[in-house]
Design a binder for this molecule. Structure first.
Ligand code: COA
Length: 433
């Protein structure tokens, strides 16, 4: 119980705690639901006291005042993933973007590729032994706290106590701030008829006893809706939201047939409603691990019948998948997409699915294109790609020639764009021979 004495001594207000950070420091903060917004807002409020801070994190879900123009010279954001709140700043040059597989983000800190002076984290209150849980985000946040010189933690009664490799002892935290407030909630997305068709095709590839990874958003949620008649599915994922919880409650996800972590849902972060946060709280059937474990393709591949379902923005006729950029504009990040694509195709009986609507921008552009828009980076390479799905069907590209791939992709493109794609296909494959 010695920790209780030191706990009290470490408690500061947010304004006091952030003054322990020094100008020039490299800060890594938690993200998504576990963004330490009380501390971040305190830095913004006290910006005149700092020069040249750097703030790195992944998914921005909450107020991003730290990327506003008046933070110039005070703090610069380094995005390891881009979201709505930071997108303009990254593309306008006010913030930076660091490409990295999610599985390797912990290694950036561990091996010094990215310096880290201070970790700002958002935790559950300590248990009777003095351990706080990283709650909704273990991912890169726990490794960041392990490699930082200074750790400042927000303690929030509303943060669920998740289990697994998700704990830090108060003796390893330098300063604590009482930051109890309800967590941000992510409501399940509205699913359109197009997304339902895509979801149905995705679900058709999932066999009983498969282990799943699903990305976030309408397409993975639509796929979940069509899995209700499957048996004994398992979860080994980067993140989960309410859709997975609903299938656990319905008895569809049992984790019974998993070849590793039998009976357990394995994940590194989660975003959803309060019902999800209550569901994961102290729940021994859910284990959270850092991303260097959950997202390691050599771990993922140990799951028999591993099926991964992710989304993208553009695919060219060779099967090159762009998931993070529209032309030279950074929209998102690689996250765990490639980690899970690689892990699932290496798994025995594994399948990797990339699913997207056939068009974007209210039907004005085809997502299947002859050539990628100039400036875009490829996320999943043509060597890794397996299934591409749109509302028009399934194209299985693995083992297919370039000519066959192009033909299969045209068949699942929107009919309005098929003629122009066929012309491109004929030009490439017939004019030459
Ligand atoms: N050309 C022009 N605009 C495009 C486009 C294209 N090829 N593709 C998409 N857009 C537009 C859409 O119309 C939409 O615009 P709107 O916001 O005005 O409606 C916007 O870009 C976002 O596209 P959308 O497909 O709706 O995004 P999404 O929310 O479904 O997310 C990804 C899709 C690919 C960005 C997302 O899945 C992602 O970040 N993936 C990479 C990371 C990953 O896979 N992680 C896996 C584990 S979580």
């Amino acid at each position: 119980m010695e920790w209780k004495k030191t706990y009290k001594e470490k408690i500061l207000t947010a304004d006091e705690a952030i003054l322990k950070i020094k100008s020039g420091d490299k800060i890594v903060s938690g993200h998504a639901i576990a963004e330490p917004t009380v501390l971040l807002q305190a830095i913004v409020k006290n910006k005149e006291k700092f020069k040249n801070l750097e703030l790195a994190h992944m998914v921005p879900m909450q107020k991003c005042d730290y990327v506003s123009e008046n933070m110039k010279g005070r703090l610069r954001h380094n995005a390891i993933f881009v979201g709505a709140g930071t997108r303009d700043a990254v593309n306008d040059g006010r913030a930076d973007y660091t490409p990295c597989f999610f599985s390797e983000v912990p290694k950036l800190f561990k091996e010094g590729y990215m310096e880290i002076d201070t970790a700002l984290v958002h935790l559950s209150p300590p248990d009777k032994h003095g351990y706080c849980s990283f709650g909704a985000s273990v991912d890169y946040t726990k490794p960041a706290a392990e490699h930082a010189k200074l750790v400042i933690a927000e303690i929030n009664e509303y943060m669920p106590r998740t289990l697994g490799d998700s704990f830090i002892h108060v003796s390893k935290i330098d300063y604590l701030v009482d930051a109890t407030r309800p967590l941000v909630e992510l409501q399940p997305p509205k699913i359109t008829d197009i997304e339902k068709k895509i979801g149905k095709y995705c679900a058709s590839l999932v066999e009983d006893g498969s282990t799943l990874q699903l990305g976030i958003g309408a397409i993975p949620d639509a796929a979940l809706q069509f899995l209700t008649d499957k048996k004994d599915l398992g979860i080994h994922s980067e993140m989960i939201s309410d859709g997975v919880m609903n299938l656990v409650k319905a008895g569809v996800i049992t984790n019974k047939k998993k070849s590793i972590h039998k009976d357990k849902t394995i994940v590194n972060f989660l975003m959803g409603t309060r019902e999800l946060y209550d569901f994961v709280d102290d729940n021994p059937s859910i284990e959270m691990y850092p991303a260097n474990y959950t997202n390691d393709p050599t771990v993922i591949m140990k799951n028999y019948k591993m099926v991964t379902i992710n989304s993208c923005l553009q695919v060219d006729l060779m099967g090159q998948v762009v998931s993070e950029m529209i032309g030279d504009r950074q929209i998102s990040g690689v996250g765990g997409q490639v980690d899970f694509v690689r892990g699932s195709v290496m798994a025995e009986g594994g399948k990797s699915i990339i699913a997207m609507p056939s068009t974007a921008a209210r039907g004005k552009v085809s997502r299947i294109v002859a050539n990628l828009t100039e400036g875009a980076a490829v996320t999943t390479s043509r060597n890794d790609v397996q299934y591409i799905i749109t509302e028009y069907g399934i194209a299985e590209l693995k083992g297919k020639t370039l000519k066959q791939r192009a033909r299969l992709l045209i068949e699942i493109a929107h009919p309005d764009f098929r003629d122009s794609l066929v012309k491109e296909w004929e030009k490439r494959f017939f004019d030459k021979y």
